[in-house]
Write a protein that binds this ligand. Structure first.
Ligand SMILES: [Zn+2]
Length: 449
């Protein structure tokens, strides 16, 4: 197989051929139409030794030809040395498996991106995730890269573009209200890079390109969110303020009877902060999912809003079903009130119309409350972060926090809360100390393990 491939690879002179046996070749001055003639250009070789082909003087003279993936390929060069070098490279690439077919690398980014997105949509990704990819492609990535050939997308160009996104105000579609001269947020830039990298990685697996040009791109760093966990006291006041905000907003605008009471909205804030549920998981809960007697909540669904598709109900982010404890007696009592005499199929914390609550509706109240308390940078996700932080600081166990938050891997929890784990060594050291002292005072050697 490889002998055949090598046999068909080589560098060819497109302008000349050797004379055939007994062939009559004329000097140009003597030749009639259709006669074979000698090349008279001393720059091409020894005069009178090369027969001109029909292509003499047209296009590039030297053609490298090779076979890869069963297809014959060629590329022409002005200099023989360049053609030879190119051929050596592609043959080496074919043999080491890093060969990328030039016809395939001529495929555009846009084509591959669509194909990548179709595989994602077919692989049971959450609708919100797919919509997120679609949005990043349409708004940020495709306007720049759609018609670019894969082979022209270099690491350097990607790096320059990513740096531009992060720093140049022109990269923003909407101007910032405070006129701050910055590019996209670090989080948005990081997401953009992730999508780019996934598309190019798909292109590599599909053998459109040999390497992923988005590997090892320098990214802006995300601001640390470690200070954004609330204290018990802050949670309490935020819950009260959110209930207050609901009253204030409602007096102004809403006239129809509302299916959720201000008190229930306050309960929802406390519930989010102590269970650590994702917002989408919380609004998907039904009354029947709460077992006040056993103090457990069953989390198996999530509702997300997808632009253009309305609210979609699906599995949780990690497709897990989990039973979450109602940790405090006060919260258990509040939930008893919220669920009393209600149908098991109703939403636990419904929106004003009894349907799933939208994050926008919640944010109007919640944001008023955080503003009233002077809390900056606090979002519904801060409540989830608070639950994780409290679990770690009070129980000192990452595993417990991980279970509570429904992380698929404990490593995720460790990454998010690593700054809180330093104290663990002190606890461990104290425990080891006291164990060692116990052994020493008992006057016996420790058991081997
Ligand atoms: Zn010639």
């Amino acid at each position: 197989m490889s002998t055949r491939r090598n046999a068909r690879a080589g560098v060819e002179d497109r302008w000349h051929r050797p004379a055939r046996k007994n062939e009559l070749v004329h000097y140009p001055a003597d030749a009639g139409p259709g006669d074979a003639i000698w090349c008279m250009d001393p720059k091409h070789g020894q005069v009178g030794s090369l027969v001109c082909t029909g292509r003499h003087g047209h296009g590039q003279r030297w053609q490298a030809r090779w076979v890869a993936e069963g297809q014959e390929r060629s590329k022409s060069f002005a200099k023989k040395a360049d053609a030879d070098r190119h051929l050596r490279c592609v043959v080496a690439d074919v043999e080491t498996g890093t060969y990328a077919d030039p016809l395939r690398t001529a495929v555009t980014f846009g084509t591959v991106a669509e194909s990548w997105l179709r595989t994602k949509a077919a692989s049971n990704r959450a609708p919100k995730t797919i919509a997120g990819y679609r949005g990043l492609l349409d708004v940020v990535i495709l306007p720049k890269w759609q018609d670019e050939r894969l082979r022209d997308i270099t690491h350097e160009r990607l790096q320059n573009w990513i740096s531009w996104l992060a720093t140049d105000p022109a990269a923003r579609k909407h101007k910032k209200k405070d006129n701050e001269a910055v590019g996209l947020s670090p989080a948005r830039v990081i997401q953009t890079h992730q999508v780019l990298s996934q598309v190019l990685s798909y292109a590599r697996r599909a053998k459109y390109v040999a390497t992923n040009a988005a590997d090892d791109i320098e990214l802006p760093s995300k601001p640390q969110s470690k200070d954004l966990a609330l204290t018990h006291d802050q949670v309490h006041r935020l819950a009260e303020e959110t209930a207050e905000a609901e009253l204030a907003v409602r007096h102004r605008a809403d006239t129809a009877p509302v299916k959720i009471s201000p008190a229930a909205l306050g309960t929802m804030v406390r519930f989010l902060a102590y269970t650590g549920l994702r917002f989408g998981e919380c609004v998907a809960l039904r009354v029947g999912d709460v077992d006040v007697a056993k103090r457990r909540v069953l989390v198996e669904k999530s509702i997300t809003q997808v632009r253009g598709q309305g609210r979609l109900e699906g599995g949780t982010k990690t497709h897990q079903r989990r039973s979450v404890p109602i940790l405090t007696t006060a919260l258990a009592n509040e939930l008893k009130n919220v669920t009393r005499d209600r149908n098991a199929a109703e939403f636990l914390f419904p929106g004003p119309d009894g349907e799933a609550m939208s994050v926008g509706w919640f944010r109007v109240r919640f944001d008023r409350a955080t503003a009233a308390l002077g809390l900056t940078g606090v979002t519904p996700n801060t409540l989830r972060h608070t639950a994780g932080s409290l679990a770690i600081s009070e129980v000192g166990s990452v595993v417990v926090a991980s279970k509570l938050l429904g992380h698929r891997n404990v490593s995720t929890t460790v990454n998010v809360y690593s700054h809180m784990l330093d104290g663990d060594w002190e606890k461990l050291s104290a425990a080891m100390d006291s164990a060692a002292i116990k052994v020493a005072t008992a006057g016996q050697s420790p058991e081997r393990f």
